[in-house]
Design a protein around this ligand. Structure first.
Ligand SMILES: [Zn+2]
Length: 446
């Protein structure tokens, strides 16, 4: 997907990487180039930056070296001998956390003049927006201004081997492709597909040649690429006739266009709950949660909440994130106050974890709570902003309070349980910092 934005009079296209939910290994299925083709040599210095977020602290020197080594290997088998000279230390900073489009353009501008022609790789915890993303349900895994030597990738959380189904190597190759002015391709087999997956390994010969410019500040330009996108449904079809389940299921990999569903009633959306089932693909589950959470009424919301609160916090965490963001964006006037209230409760790790939970689960609970704070910043509801302010101004030792439950229309929300003091104090510091950050960002870019 290509979207033109304007900054300082220069048209820059931002490229979105959309999610895939399959897992697998990074097999290079392409035939190797062993013929008379000369191997092109190119050496590029790489500086790596990382968001100061514990969830991605496993991106250390060894991990970076391994990933870039695999990128080198992939390119070499295709006739391009790129050597990455990794600069000695990873720069870790809060400013690389939770990036919006504007932050990414700003970072790209920051390194505009560089005699060393370094390639900058920024590993962030979460990309909240990239260009004018027209599909509301997509998860953005990478965002690189075309022609810019600043490449932004989302880090995989908790060291899992796949990132919503794609792998670091493919994702990094894809974003580096944008850096050397490559556009999107319309086949999922190609690295430059908008929704790369582990076996999207194909690179055309002209594409491979472009990687010889890595690190250079190329002229930014708008690229018109063929993009796989959800098929719009005809506006003439009355909502009741629309096969909502098929529409959401087929949107799958590229995110879901919610527009045709906006006139549907709660009852008409309810068949989507049949997709909230582990036998469905993760993308179908996430898209169903997105439609139910963002457009639904009472019954839809109950289904979303039941999904979010079921099982251990780590289970289906990526999908739960999609549901949480959808609730924060709820558009149904009858229930949006309740949806917002749920997200407010979810900003406390104690909402997701009971006292007894330890280790990895505790981390997952904090991550979900942190994401809920970011989700609140996406909400248009005044009570969302008010709560962010409360968090941002809270003093040390402040314990997030459960919102009073309503006598009617209870969402079935678990009561907030007290948690151990050290965790509590740590969290109050962290939640205050995160809330302050999102308030700053939304004040700059409302
Ligand atoms: Zn892309």
């Amino acid at each position: 997907m290509w979207v033109a934005v304007f900054q300082q009079g220069v048209r820059i296209a931002l490229a979105l990487s959309l999610p895939l939910w399959l897992t697998g290994c990074v097999a290079t299925t392409e035939p190797l180039i062993t013929s008379q083709e000369p191997v092109v040599q190119h050496t590029v210095k790489v500086q790596v930056y990382r968001a100061a977020d514990d969830a991605i602290s496993h991106y250390d020197d060894a991990q970076i070296q391994q990933t870039l080594g695999e990128v080198e290997q992939t390119l070499r088998t295709r006739g391009m001998a790129v050597s990455f000279e990794i600069q000695p230390s990873i720069e870790i900073d809060e400013s690389f956390e939770d990036l919006y489009s504007q932050d990414i353009l700003h970072l790209s501008g920051r390194f505009r003049v560089d005699p060393d022609k370094k390639l900058r790789i920024i590993i962030t915890n979460k990309i909240w927006s990239c260009g004018n993303n027209s599909y509301e349900t997509t998860v953005i895994l990478g965002c690189t201004p075309v022609g810019s030597p600043v490449v932004v990738v989302q880090g995989m959380v908790d060291g899992s081997s796949s990132n919503y189904g794609t792998t670091d190597v493919i994702l990094w190759l894809h974003e580096m492709g944008h850096s050397v002015q490559l556009g999107h391709a319309d086949s999922w087999k190609r690295v430059m597909t908008p929704a790369p997956q582990p076996d999207s390994t194909q690179l055309e010969r002209y594409e491979v040649r472009q990687y010889g410019s890595l690190g250079e500040q190329l002229r930014a330009q708008v690229v018109h690429a063929a993009v796989a996108a959800p098929k719009p449904m005809s506006a003439d079809v009355p909502p009741a006739e629309v096969n909502v389940v098929a529409h959401v299921r087929q949107a799958g990999l590229h995110g879901l266009d919610l527009t045709p569903l906006k006139s549907m009633t709660d009852a008409q959306l309810l068949p989507l709950t049949s997709l909230l089932n582990t036998s469905e693909s993760l993308s179908a589950q996430a898209n169903a949660l997105a439609a139910l959470g963002q457009l639904g009424g009472d019954l839809s919301l109950n289904a979303v909440v039941a999904y979010l609160t079921q099982g251990p916090p780590q289970t289906q965490r990526e999908v739960k994130e999609a549901g949480l963001i959808a609730l924060a964006k709820n558009e149904n006037p009858e229930v949006l106050a309740r949806a917002t209230r749920f997200v407010i409760q979810a900003t406390s790790p104690a909402f997701w974890c009971s006292v007894a939970v330890l280790g990895g689960d505790q981390k997952a609970c904090a991550r979900l709570a942190r994401l809920a704070i970011g989700a609140l910043a996406q909400s248009q509801q005044p009570q969302a902003r008010a709560y962010l302010k409360t968090l941002a101004e809270s003093s040390i030792g402040h314990r997030p309070q459960a919102m009073p439950s309503q006598p009617t229309g209870n969402l079935g929300v678990k009561p907030v349980e007290p948690i151990r003091e050290p965790v509590d104090v740590q969290w109050s510091l962290e939640s205050r910092r995160v809330a302050q950050k999102f308030l700053r960002k939304t004040a700059l870019h409302p």
